[in-house]
Design a binder for this molecule. Structure first.
Ligand SMILES: Nc1ncnc2c1ncn2[C@@H]1O[C@H](COP(=O)(O)OP(=O)(O)O)[C@@H](O)[C@H]1O
Ligand SMILES: [Mg+2]
Length: 254
């Protein structure tokens, strides 16, 4: 497998405190790569750097292209989308409208062009709408589709955000704890669905997930961060036997 995302000697400091310390890692195209590590290890910071929200030192390449200094919106036009640890949605819009916003990131076929250039663009708006409804259905959100997002519980908001991210048809989807707050079986169901959908649609997943059991079942590759350093990377089997990982993170939770 070729590397879709490469991070080379990436360092980030917040007021002199290191959040990422010379991290070098890559994500292969296809399949699911999990990013694990204790709280404060730097997982979200890594996502922020990859998507351009935070700046660090070092190099980030996407599809072989250096994106280190590229602004976030251009990175998303190249085909990367993310979800946030705390869902970032437009609270006063409906579920459907929030999901449709995702189509905007899909570039030239975005819904905003439909406003400017009817009628061909109106057709693409209709297609986007159909896709949104399909995604809502697949994520069990149909009965909430007209609801204002701000009034919905956290778990549902999380699924809305995932639907919106998928609307953009990304080649790389970064998911920051998509199953947080769910019980083990819900989390497994959600992540299974996601990995299946991603495989079907040629989407590479980079997934932050706390449940080690779940990661070991679903990921092809596991990256382990601890205190800003990449302490291991490999198959789930390799990583779970790694003495540094066991000491730093897994403990008895194997
Ligand atoms: N905006 C920020 N300002 C200051 N410190 C931050 C900021 N974001 C993250 N940090 C610090 O960077 C470290 C890594 O945080 P984070 O990437 O959120 O970890 P994780 O997602 O693995 O829990 C932590 O020590 C955290 O307190
Ligand atoms: Mg985090």
């Amino acid at each position: 497998m070729t590397a879709l995302l490469e991070v080379e000697r990436l360092s980030v400091y917040f007021r002199g405190v290191v959040a990422l310390d010379e991290v070098t890692a890559s994500v292969s195209a296809g399949g699911t790569t999990a990013l694990i590590g204790p709280n404060g290890a730097g997982k979200t910071t890594l996502f922020n750097c990859v998507t351009g929200i935070s700046q660090g030192t070092g190099r980030i390449a996407f599809g072989g292209r250096d994106i280190s200094t590229m602004p976030p919106h251009r990175r998303s036009l190249l085909g990367m989308t993310r979800t946030f640890q705390t869902p970032a949605l437009v609270d006063y819009l409906s579920v459907t409208d929030n999901v449709l916003i995702g189509a905007q990131s899909a570039g030239h076929r975005g819904i905003w062009s439909a406003v400017a250039r009817p009628p061909a663009a109106r057709r693409s708006l209709r297609a986007a709408h159909e896709r949104a409804l399909e995604l809502l259905d697949a994520l069990g959100l149909t009965r909430h589709r007209g609801a204002e997002v701000g009034a919905l519980p956290h778990g549902i908001r999380r699924r809305v955000e995932i639907a919106r991210a998928l609307m953009a048809s990304p080649s790389l989807l970064l998911l920051d704890e998509p199953a947080a707050g769910m019980d083990v079986s819900e989390a497994l169901e959600m992540c299974r669905w996601l990995t299946g959908y991603a495989a079907e649609h040629d989407i590479t997943l980079l997934l932050v997930e706390h449940s080690v059991g779940l990661v070991m079942r679903l990921a092809h590759t596991v990256l382990v961060l601890d205190a800003g350093r990449l302490i291991a990377s490999g198959t789930p089997e390799e990583v779970r036997e790694d003495p540094q990982v066991v000491a730093a993170y897994l403990g008895n939770d194997r």
